[in-house]
Design a protein around this ligand. Sequence first.
Ligand SMILES: Nc1nc2c(ncn2[C@@H]2O[C@H](COP(=O)(O)OP(=O)(O)O)[C@@H](O)[C@H]2O)c(=O)[nH]1
Ligand SMILES: [Mg+2]
Length: 371
Amino acid sequence: MKDSGAEKKTTPTCVVVLGMAGSGKTTFVQRLTADLHQRNKQPYVVNLDPACREVPYPANIDIRDTVNYKEVMKQYELGPNGGIVTSLNLFATKFDQVLQLIDKRVEEKSTEYVIFDTPGQIEVFTWSASGNIITEALAAKYPTVIVYVMDTVRSTKPVTFMSNMLYACSILYKCKLPFVVTMNKIDIVSNSYAVEWMKDFETFQDALSGETSYVANLAQSMSLALDEFYNTLNCVGVSAMTGEGLPEFLESVNTARIQYEQEYKPEYERLLREKQEAALGGSAAAASKKAEDTKEKENSLCFSKREEVELPKNIADDIYLRHPGDDEEEFEEEEYDNEKEEESRETDSFNSYIQNRQNKILTQVENAKKS
Ligand SMILES: Nc1nc2c(ncn2[C@@H]2O[C@H](COP(=O)(O)OP(=O)(O)O)[C@@H](O)[C@H]2O)c(=O)[nH]1
Ligand SMILES: [Mg+2]
């Protein structure tokens, strides 16, 4: 790895690890954390998965210490997915405090990497307001890199590979942050097939030609579009299990950090300047109204979308937030009983049907009596 220099010591790179469920995000964060500790570069690690049973690495901040996702599910009658999304939304509203903790750590100790493990289901993070808030808030302050973990074993079919790449591409266009595609599990299947497909368009077309399904034509056209995406992509093969490929991965993160400095940051600053100039150009009255509207928001970097976060209407502030290490509050392990809930819903609707029916008959009898 290149020497990071004095500046880098005080400005860590935020590494946000995303990927499909089971691609190996948590295992990869565990391996990366252990590797960095060995290199005497203690990272700052944040777990953003509220439904993770056990976090297999030493997390400096763990969402589970703040939001109890099972309690959120119970109180708002949400299913497991709703519970996870709402928990992350709740956490995102407090993200300014997370930033303060990171700042504090960076001041106290040289920290090269701040690593974020995200929820198992990718869309919880990528298609929710909270994912946006978190990445935007981080990227406004620190060099931030998205690490897209891809399961090499599950992507050997050309169409599956392409679907995975399209997903990666959509995240790239959505967040516009530098990207490292991390092809994981190379201890089982080498990622060389994927590298070949990405480098040589014709090889991929050949692989696709064996495809007989109706999507084959669509896949061929899509792969043309993806060709451009592949050209500029940082791509690396790793094994979260054995640690293979980690030095190359750190190199890629370094390259992505440079891309952040050279591309993302100037663009971000340009947009910020434009916004400030527009605000100055407006009438004094409009400006003062705006200032009033954003008074509270200005103190934090993650204000921009706070109002977009969907929270249950009857939520009382902090009701589900508890403090790290408050072990007495340990939530009882209790399986969410879908069947029971379904049954109770069915009973309710049956009862209301009977009630309606009774009312109808009574009205008919009354009418018959009258006539
Ligand atoms: N062989 C192998 N298995 C892996 C690797 N990375 C993760 N796994 C396994 O893949 C499964 C899912 O991993 P996990 O980290 O929980 O995935 P997540 O949902 O993305 O966080 C687990 O059974 C891991 O042991 C790897 O590099 N090689
Ligand atoms: Mg995980």
